[in-house]
Design a protein around this ligand. Structure first.
Ligand code: AMP
Ligand code: GLY
Length: 428
């Protein structure tokens, strides 16, 4: 099989890595990829939103399957574009991608299909939003409706701050067009966790539960980021709780999509708050989480590319019952190494020390996944993004995976590099 991965981050490096090592995969391309993905495939300098160029590459290289990493091309309809031209795609259509691209649509979907969620209201007028905030108890969670690169959520407990955030979002100042409609929702307390399933339009296959760490500093302090680290499995999720999440959230989401006439072939990602009243959905994503993918994919044994192909073809049930894929018992811990200043502004082009020249990501039980890395004129590895790379270790128990991941990470550095020291600790 010949596979094209679309995207350039740590998630796409993990996808390229897992696809490349699958039996039956002849060659992998990554558009545009990063220095790490070169170890497993051919990087092609194509923008993920340039659908014509992606389709031309598919034809020239006789690509069998396109695997889409990020949400933007999905929301812009890449799956529709490529599928209409006869090429298989792992990733939902533009309509399916609305689950992530519109928070109001996602909320209405949850309400319509009885999927547990926070109380909410969709608003477009400042006066209505201010009246609403004054009529319900705080803290308030104020969300831009559209895609805002993971930065569209403001949580406030002061009514004046709430009014300020409402004004800035609805005027377009804070998130442009994405903020011209907002969702204000009830603040939920609990532990956050991620549940993901793969869907082929007929059934789902649930992936192991995983926990991301959204805030930049230890103890969940500081501003929100794209995610600073992850671990899996989750000791605080009992098998009963896991079943409830699979049945009442992931499966119900699949049934809801089906009932709405959406032929969904890709990842259903539910960002959850595990509250005293049970798990509730905070948000949907329509693709693998980043860094959740870097953490969970190493826990899958078997034919990962075959699994994605089965989703695209609509034959997931027979693939899974034929034991094409299994979940490993080992624990995985992923730690993100970020640039100084991230999630705010950060310098680029700083030399990265301590990664073997080959960029080897497959050396036994620890992997280094590149994200914001680049090569300078001399071909040396340098930083080029906020989240620069992630180390994942896979070991029999969580504590071992944690020590191993931190051990490998401590060998890698660049000026200003920072990471959270509490990923996979008992209090996270
Ligand atoms: P979202 O993009 O909707 O997942 O929101 C980003 C982050 O905001 C989540 O990971 C949570 O940490 C936080 N968040 C979102 N919605 C809520 C909520 N209703 N209650 C508490 N925290 C929330
Ligand atoms: N790690 C959260 C996300 O991928 O949106």
């Amino acid at each position: 099989m010949r596979v094209l991965v679309v995207g350039s981050g740590g998630r796409e490096h993990a996808l390229a890595w897992a696809i490349y090592r699958s039996p039956g995969v002849e060659k992998v391309w990554v558009a545009p990829g990063n220095p790490g993905t070169k170890t497993h495939g051919v990087n092609v300098p194509i923008d993920p939103l340039d659908f014509d160029a992606i389709y031309d590459l598919c034809r020239e290289e006789s690509i069998d399957l396109v695997v889409v990493g990020p949400e933007n091309p999905l929301a812009a309809g890449i799956a529709d574009f490529v599928t209409d031209r006869g090429i298989l795609v792992f990733g939902p259509t533009g309509t399916g991608a609305q689950l992530e691209a519109s928070k109001s649509m996602a909320k209405d979907f949850m309400a319509r299909h009885g999927i547990p969620h926070a109380r909410y209201k969709v608003l477009e007028q400042v006066e209505d939003a201010v009246d609403y905030v004054r009529s319900v108890p705080g803290p308030w969670v104020i969300k831009a409706d559209g895609l805002a690169y993971g930065k569209g959520v403001t949580i406030v407990s002061d009514v004046n701050e709430a009014e300020k955030a409402i004004g800035e979002m609805l005027s377009g100042k804070l998130h442009g067009e994405a903020g011209r409609r907002i969702v204000i929702e009830e603040y939920l307390e609990g532990i956050e966790a991620t549940a993901m399933a793969l869907c082929d339009g007929n059934t789902i296959f649930c992936l192991p539960m995983v926990k991301d760490h959204k805030r930049v500093y230890e103890g969940d302090k500081g501003p929100m980021t794209g995610g600073m680290g992850a671990y899996s499995p989750l000791p605080f999720v009992t098998p009963e709780m896991e079943n409830t999440i699979y049945r009442d959230i992931l499966y119900k989401t699949f049934l809801g999509l089906k009932a709405d006439g959406i032929d969904y072939r890709g990842v259903i990602y539910a960002g959850l708050m595990l509250t005293e009243d049970g798990p509730k959905v905070l948000e949907y994503n329509v693709r693998f989480g980043d860094p959740e993918a870097q953490c969970v994919l190493p826990r899958l044994a078997g034919d990962f590319a075959g699994l994605l192909l089965a989703c695209a073809l609509g034959c997931l049930e027979s693939f899974v019952s034929g034991k094409g894929i299994e979940i490993r018992d080992e624990a995985a811990v992923t730690i993100v190494l970020a640039s100084r200043g991230y999630p705010g502004g950060y310098p680029k082009g700083l030399p990265i020390e301590g990664i073997t020249d080959s960029g080897d990501t497959d050396s036994g039980d620890a992997m280094v996944f590149h994200a914001g890395t680049g090569l300078d004129e001399g071909g040396r590895l340098v930083t080029s993004g906020g989240r620069v790379l992630a180390v994942t270790a896979l070991m029999p128990i969580l504590e071992e995976a944690r020590s191993k991941a931190y051990g490998v990470l401590s060998q890698i550095t660049f000026p200003g590099a920072h990471y959270r020291k509490d990923i996979g600790g008992l209090d996270t």
